[in-house]
Ligand binder design. Structure first.
Ligand code: KG4
Ligand code: ZN
Length: 356
C-alpha cells in the first residue's frame, strides 16, 4: 500500500477517550495503524449513567497520554502525521471541547490541517474503512445516544430517513437494565439475562410500528416493561429473565420491521444501487438483533455489513478515517470551528468545505 496520508483521530464526545492513527492510500483504501480506547465506565458506574462534568474532566486527565500511546503504537512521531481530526459534535459539549481544543492546538503547533468531524459521519463512514464499500448504502446507527436510518450517498452527503422520537435504543436497554437491578452498561447485561428467559411471556407494545414512517419510539416500551415488572414484583430470577427476553424479542421485531421497510424504500428510490445495510453503534453487539437483521437483509436480497464491534462502538479510528476521507476531497476546517452539542448529519453544512 502506498503511504498516502496518515491521520490522527480524537474522540471525546461521550464516555470514551480515544485516539487512533489511520492511513489512507492513494486508491482510497484504509488501514488502522493504532487505536487506543479508554472507557470511563468505572467513573460513571456509581451514578447509573454518564455524568457530563465527570466525563469532561476524565477526558482532560487522560487524552494527552492516549494520543501519545496511539502515535507510539503506530510507530510514528507526531510530526509524521499528516492531519489532525477530532469529533466536533454532536455530543456532551464539555468532552467535545476537550478533544477539539486539543486537536486545534496540535494542528496549530505542527502546522497540519484540522478536520472537525461530525461523530455520526464517523460512524457512517466506518464500513468504508473496514469493508471498502462504495456509495450509496443505508446505515442503521443504534447506540446509547442515537437510533437512526441514514442514506449515505457520499462523504458529506447524508439523508436521514428516520430517527427516534424519544429514547435511543441503547438507552432503552440501559433503562431496562436499571429497572431489573443490573449493572452498567445495561445492554450486555440484559442480553445475558435474556438468554435464560421466555421471550413470549410478556406481550409488550411496538410503538409507531403501524405507521408508515422509519422513526423509532422506545419510551412507551420502556414504560410497559416497568409496569410488567411492577405487576410481577417481587421479581424472581425467572421473572427478570422473562422480562429481559420479552423486551429483547420485541426490540428485535421492531428493528427488523423498520429495516425491512427501509430496504423497500432503498430499492424504490435507488433501484440501480447494490442494496446494502450497514449497522453501527454499540447495540450492533446484540446477537439477537444482529440475527434479526441478517434474516431481514437476506430475505430482501441485501447485503448486511456489521463492522467488528470495537469499531461499531465509539473509537478514534472512525474519526481519523472520516478525517482522511475528507482530506482526500480537499476539505479542511479553520481553527475557529466551534464545538457543537447538536449537529444533525443532514444539516446543510455537512458538505465538503463546510464553514465554521
Ligand atoms: O456506541 P456505543 O458504545 O456508545 C454510544 O452510545 O455512543 O453504544 C453504547 C450503547 C449502550 O447503551 C449499551 O447498553 C448498548 O450500546 N449495548 C448493547 C449491547 N452492547 C452495548 N445493547 C444491547 N445489547 C448489547 N449486547
Ligand atoms: Zn457513537
Amino acid at each position: 500500500m502506498s503511504v498516502g496520508v496518515r491521520v490522527l483521530g480524537i474522540e471525546t464526545s461521550c464516555d470514551e477517550t480515544a485516539a487512533a492513527i489511520v492511513a489512507r492510500d492513494a486508491g482510497g483504501r484504509g488501514s488502522i495503524l493504532s487505536s487506543i480506547v479508554r472507557s470511563q465506565l468505572e467513573e460513571h458506574a456509581p451514578f447509573g449513567g454518564v455524568v457530563p462534568e465527570l466525563a469532561a474532566r476524565a477526558h482532560v486527565s487522560h487524552l494527552d497520554r492516549i494520543i501519545a500511546r496511539a502515535v507510539a503504537a503506530a510507530g510514528l512521531q507526531l510530526r509524521e502525521v499528516d492531519a489532525i481530526a477530532a469529533t466536533a459534535g454532536p455530543g456532551l459539549i464539555g468532552g467535545v471541547l476537550v478533544g477539539l481544543t486539543t486537536a486545534k492546538a496540535l494542528a496549530a503547533a505542527l502546522g497540519k490541517p484540522l478536520l472537525a468531524i461530525n461523530h455520526l459521519e464517523a460512524h457512517a463512514l466506518t464500513a468504508r474503512l473496514t469493508d471498502g464499500i462504495g456509495f450509496p448504502y443505508l446505515m442503521l446507527l443504534v447506540s446509547g445516544g442515537h437510533s437512526q436510518f441514514v442514506l449515505v450517498r457520499g462523504v458529506g452527503d447524508y439523508q436521514r430517513w428516520g430517527t427516534t422520537i424519544d429514547d435511543a435504543l441503547g438507552e432503552a436497554f440501559d433503562k431496562v437494565a436499571k429497572l431489573l437491578g443490573l449493572g452498567v452498561p445495561g445492554g450486555p447485561q440484559v442480553e445475558r439475562l435474556a438468554r435464560g428467559g421466555d421471550p413470549h411471556r410478556f406481550a409488550l407494545p411496538r410503538p409507531l410500528l403501524n405507521q408508515d414512517r422509519l422513526d423509532f419510539s422506545f419510551s412507551g416500551l420502556k414504560t410497559a416493561v416497568r409496569l410488567a415488572a411492577e405487576a410481577a414484583a417481587p421479581l424472581s430470577e425467572k421473572d427478570a429473565a422473562d422480562i429481559a427476553a420479552s423486551f429483547q424479542r420485541t426490540v428485535a421485531e421492531i428493528v427488523s420491521a423498520r429495516a425491512r421497510a427501509a430496504l423497500v424504500r432503498l430499492r424504490a428510490e435507488l433501484p440501480d444501487a447494490i442494496p446494502r445495510l450497514v449497522v453501527a453503534g454499540g447495540v450492533a453487539a446484540n446477537l439477537e438483533i444482529a440475527a434479526a437483521l441478517r434474516q431481514v437483509t437476506a430475505a430482501a436480497g441485501a447485503e448486511l455489513i456489521v463492522p467488528p464491534i470495537p469499531l461499531c462502538t465509539d473509537n478514534g479510528a472512525m474519526v481519523a478515517w472520516a478525517g482522511a476521507e475528507r482530506l482526500g476531497l480537499g476539505a479542511g476546517d479553520g481553527l475557529d470551528f466551534s464545538a457543537r452539542a447538536r449537529w444533525p448529519l443532514d444539516s446543510a453544512d455537512m458538505g465538503i468545505g463546510h464553514a465554521a
